[in-house]
Design a protein around this ligand. Structure first.
Ligand code: SAM
Length: 263
């Protein structure tokens, strides 16, 4: 998969793409990430990419031409049968979610367009955008961090990117539920023991415990996810028990009990 990021701060993208799992996935050739700077498509001495907004008001707006020329150049270089998905990052976009990450991971070529200042001259979005994505209800100074959020979440879904692909399938949200709690050595930390079943080596019991813990955590924190989650008849039975258990415990939390790890 090829990802192309349009940004006036290409070094932010390049620096973040070197370390960790993302860097390793790029090294293995599972995906490529290229940062394209609209400044390379300016003709003036100052490589100007922003100008004052029509209608007045403070701040600057990213000019249409340098970005449009950068997009044109890349689009012309694509193979004839490839039509990239062109995603504009914007606080006014559709909230980003795992389903979109899944969809994007199936694209051969994905463009991520980062705004700065007060945003991009809207005529560029109208001409090129296939999608407009927000990573949450808060405003950042630029689209680079949102672009990296998209890149990382997409990369995790590409076959071979993670050492053990099963670990992405069990992830919170990806599985349809929140993930079960995880533990590693030592068996006891400040008096808190790892749940006994995880030490038994009994795979079926471990699998059942994890499923129950995931259902419990989802029911306690994000019951809305259960409406869409793929649930078996056994899950439904477990949920019935958990509803009763949680109701009882909520009563005792009010009376001062500390919540369990899965809550
Ligand atoms: N004036 C713009 C508005 O009201 O929508 C906000 C501009 S913001 C300061 C600059 C750029 O940061 C945006 O063009 C966008 O690319 C990016 N950005 C900021 N917050 C974002 C968010 N929550 N999700 C995605 N991109 C965001």
């Amino acid at each position: 998969m090829r990802i192309t990021v349009f940004t006036i701060f290409p070094e932010l993208i390049r620096a973040a793409c070197q370390p960790s799992i993302l860097g390793a996935a790029i090294e293995k050739g599972i995906l490529s990430v290229t940062a394209v700077d609209p400044r390379d498509h300016t003709t003036d001495r100052h490589r100007k990419v922003d100008d004052v907004p029509f209608g007045g008001g403070g701040g600057m707006v990213m000019m249409a031409a340098p970005l449009a020329l950068a997009l044109d150049e890349r689009l012309h270089a694509e193979p004839v049968d490839v039509r990239p998905r062109i995603v504009f990052l914007s606080p006014g976009g559709v909230p980003f979610h795992q389903g979109l990450a899944q969809e994007f991971s199936g694209e051969e070529s994905l463009y991520l367009v980062c705004g700065r200042y007060k945003g991009i001259d809207d005529r560029v979005r109208c001409e090129y955008a296939t999608d407009e994505i927000s990573i949450g209800d808060y405003v950042l100074s630029g689209g680079e961090l949102p672009a990296l959020v998209v890149i990382d979440s997409v990369m995790r879904l590409l076959p071979g990117a993670l050492g053990d692909f099963a670990s992405a399938e069990d992830d919170s949200i990806q599985s349809g539920l929140l993930g079960a709690p995880e533990y590693t050595r030592p068996r006891e930390f400040r008096g808190a023991e790892v749940p006994e079943v995880l030490l038994t080596g009994h795979h079926d019991n471990v699998r059942r415990w994890r499923r129950r813990a995931a259902l419990r955590r989802t029911l306690a924190r994000r019951p809305d996810l259960l409406e869409q989650a793929p649930l078996t008849a056994e899950d439904q039975e477990v949920l019935e028990e958990l509803r009763a258990e949680l109701d009882l415990e909520r009563g005792s939390v009010k009376r001062g009990r500390r919540p369990r790890a899965e809550e």
